[in-house]
Design a protein around this ligand. Structure first.
Ligand SMILES: NC(=O)c1ccc[n+]([C@@H]2O[C@H](COP(=O)([O-])OP(=O)(O)OC[C@H]3O[C@@H](n4cnc5c(N)ncnc54)[C@H](O)[C@@H]3O)[C@@H](O)[C@H]2O)c1
Length: 339
């Protein structure tokens, strides 16, 4: 049994991962400033697992808060989700993103070093492959320059962690490059709860289905894809959460810095998503085509062979499962975690 510090553990992916860690018999300490989440998610995780976790409300940029957490708990490893993730917003307030995501990660890693904790799993993103690599993306491709400031923060932190592990062999770091996480826990008790207008397709579709928004806007219909709309690699959040446990196990046994893609390897178009959602959930999604959105690539998806062979990870959930579970969460919680 290990003591795992989960930064950003109250968020969408973090809460699902806390649930898997507790179910695997480990202890969880969450550090989250609740800037994009609710403590209610953690109460529900504890209710679903019938296990308790420790929640500390605090910021990863606060060195003394971090030192207190490391002093109070014998932490064995850290899973680092805390960060801001809205692509559009990162273009408007870049410094806030650099401070939160880059300076925040430096602050965390410094506190880990002070506490002599050297096992880290970092939430990276497929965005680090940039624009010029062809799909399917493989981990050994040269990384590109992301088109937005959010992606840039992920690239910088990846490179920084890699250099750190080269300079100091005590470190063991996993970079998990997520593709597009969607879905929710089967119970419908925890799920994605974006503030304001969702940036991502899935919560947009479910909010239209539940009547919070009038119609789905589809950005562009003339991409060089099977039906003209953008294609992405959607991955069930529970499959993604499980990848963290496997990466942690792997890192507890080896040194250095290693990246793994976490995606299904299946390109799914926006229209396919909408049509499949309508079919499996028996719900119409009114939509309109609008202009292309700046920075959207036509298609990207993973080659996840490395995660399969090295971590023993495989995506178990189908697209239908993802769409049923997303809708189950949204219809049980039309306003998210707000009561
Ligand atoms: N959801 C995606 O599509 C996606 C894709 C690739 C990578 N990621 C990365 O995965 C991680 C988790 O994403 P998510 O979808 O669960 O997002 P989320 O916003 O639901 O979760 C992030 C959590 O971090 C917390 N947080 C933010 N800044 C903090 C700080 N300075 N100190 C302490 N807590 C802080 C937020 O309150 C939130 O609970 C993020 O780093 C994100 O960039 C997400």
């Amino acid at each position: 049994m290990a003591n795992i510090l989960v930064t950003g553990g109250a968020g969408y992916i973090g809460s699902h991962t806390c649930l898997e860690i507790l179910n695997a018999g480990h202890s969880v300490i969450v550090l989250d400033n609740l800037s994009n989440s609710s403590e209610e998610a953690l109460l529900r995780v504890q209710e679903l697992t019938a296990k308790s976790l420790t929640f500390v409300e605090g910021d990863i940029r606060d060195a003394s808060a971090l030192d207190q957490v490391f002093a109070a708990h014998q932490i064995d490893a850290v899973i680092h989700f805390a960060g801001l993730k809205a692509v559009g917003e990162s273009q408007q307030i870049p410094l806030t993103y650099f401070d939160n995501n880059i300076a925040g990660s430096i602050s965390l890693v410094q506190a880990m070093e002070r506490a002599e904790v050297f096992h880290l799993v970092f939430s990276s993103s497929a965005t680090v492959y940039g624009e010029s690599n062809p799909s399917p993306y493989q981990e050994n491709m040269p990384l590109g320059m992301p088109t937005n400031n959010y992606g840039y923060t992920k690239l910088i932190v990846e490179q920084m962690l890699e250099k750190l592990s080269l300079a100091d062999e005590r470190w063991s770091i996993a970079l998990l490059r997520y593709f597009n996480p969607i879905g929710a826990h089967k119970s419908g008790r925890i799920g994605e709860d974006p503030q304001g207008i969702p940036n991502n397709l899935m919560p947009f579709i479910t909010q239209v289905a539940v009547g919070r928004r009038e119609k789905l806007s589809i950005f562009g219909q003339d991409y060089a894809t099977q039906d003209g709309t953008c294609e992405r690699d959607y991955i069930h959040v529970v499959d993604l959460a499980k990848a963290h446990l496997l990466a942690l196990d792997h890192r507890l046994k080896s040194k250095g810095c290693r990246a793994w893609n976490i995606g299904t390897g299946q390109p799914i178009s926006v229209l396919q998503m909408k049509n499949t959602f309508e079919k499996v959930n028996d719900r119409k999604i009114p939509f309109e085509f609008v202009e292309r959105r700046f920075g959207d690539l036509a298609s990207f998806y993973a080659d996840s062979t490395r995660a399969q062979t090295e971590l023993g990870w495989i995506a178990k959930y189908s697209l239908e499962d993802m769409l049923v579970d997303s809708w189950n969460w949204q219809k049980q919680n039309p306003e998210g975690y707000k009561k």
